[in-house]
Design a protein around this ligand. Structure first.
Ligand code: HEM
Length: 307
């Protein structure tokens, strides 16, 4: 029987809480971690029974340092490392520390809140929360830049093929690489562009979300650089978030992948450019403030960790 994946491939939902936690120094953390694995399984099972229509889920990812500290199985998932910054001539994909990542999705904020609260109550004893982002669905699935985000995501069986580890790393089959970046947008500069110029940045039309023809799509548009081929895809579920009073509206970029190297290729194209110097124009209006890689174990592995 194939191992059961966490709900990495779940479809997008209306409300999200993203949390990143780092373990405190010099503390025994294993016992709480074991209980956490049990809690996350419990939260998912309970939500499925109590609120089936809400499609609620909580996915937990584990960073490289935490994997070692928790003495989890070796050899590690093949591509699990601390994320190395990607520095282009003008923009850099920074790296930030993350021991545990939680991706909580539901159609109701109340479910997200309760799941996050249970996790926080348990983790507070041994870890510090370094990121807590409440993402929301904006109109018909648009990023805060006003363009529909997610259209070219893989569908059907492709979703599993590109989003979940397969036979090339049998010990971790059913798991996923999870990569996140918190972007803040310069909306003032963005709004100064005409809709036509914004469309050239993304490579799609704004009102009806149609891809530009290859002859007119600029080589430095987001989709020209992020598309690295039909055989290299990832499963994204970005969410807008932010605070208007602080003038900090952003996009929480989140991707699940069967191989981290696919995400790496996209980041290289976007930040360094293809060819070098032809970087992604979206970065002139969007700055990544964090960047962390995690591995999402299967439910079967979490079950073992918890016993
Ligand atoms: C496509 C927004 C960052 C990978 C898109 C689209 C939008 C968008 C509006 C077009 C619709 C779609 O197919 O989803 C954003 C925003 C970002 C961001 C607002 C952050 C500020 C990234 C990053 C990556 C990425 C960091 C990869 C590491 C992709 C891919 C596509 C895409 C693979 C589909 C390209 C295609 O095949 O047409 N993004 N994106 N995006 N984005 Fe992003």
């Amino acid at each position: 029987m194939n191992p059961e994946s966490q709900q990495t491939l779940a479809d997008t939902n209306s409300n999200t809480i993203f949390m990143v936690w780092n373990f405190k120094e010099n503390l025994e953390v294993k016992d709480i971690f074991n209980r956490l694995c049990k809690l996350v399984i419990n939260l998912n099972n309970s939500a499925a029974i109590r609120f089936p229509v809400s499609r609620a889920s909580c996915v937990m990812g584990i960073g490289y340092d935490a994997w070692l500290r928790l003495d989890l199985p070796v050899p590690l998932p093949k591509e699990l490392l601390d994320f190395i910054p990607v520095a282009g001539e003008k923009h850099t994909a920074v790296s930030s520390k993350g021991d545990l990542h939680f991706h909580i999705r539901a159609d109701s904020q109340s479910i997200c809140y309760d799941m996050a609260a249970e996790i926080s109550d348990l983790l507070n004893k041994v870890a510090v929360s370094v990121e807590e982002i409440k993402g929301f669905r904006y109109w018909d699935g648009r990023s805060i830049l006003g363009f529909v985000d997610g259209t070219e995501n893989p569908h059907g069986q492709e979703r599993e093929f590109f989003g979940v580890v397969g036979d090339d790393d049998p010990d971790y089959k059913g798991g996923s690489y999870l990569f996140v970046q918190k972007y803040i947008h310069d909306l003032t500069a963005w709004k100064e562009l005409s809709v036509q110029d914004q469309e050239k940045v993304i490579g799609r039309s704004k009102p009806n979300d149609i891809e530009m023809a290859d002859e007119v799509k600029p080589a430095n548009s987001h989709i020209a650089l992020a598309n690295v081929g039909d055989d290299l895809k990832i499963v994204r579920d970005n969410m807008p978030f932010g605070s208007m009073s602080k003038n900090e509206m952003g996009t929480y970029f989140i991707a699940y992948a069967s191989k981290f190297s696919t995400v790496q290729k996209m980041l290289n194209n976007m930040f360094i450019g293809s060819p070098i110097g032809n970087y992604d124009r979206i970065l002139d209006f969007s700055s990544p403030k964090t960047g962390s890689l995690f591995f999402v174990p299967t439910v079967d592995m979490m079950d073992e960790f918890s016993s």
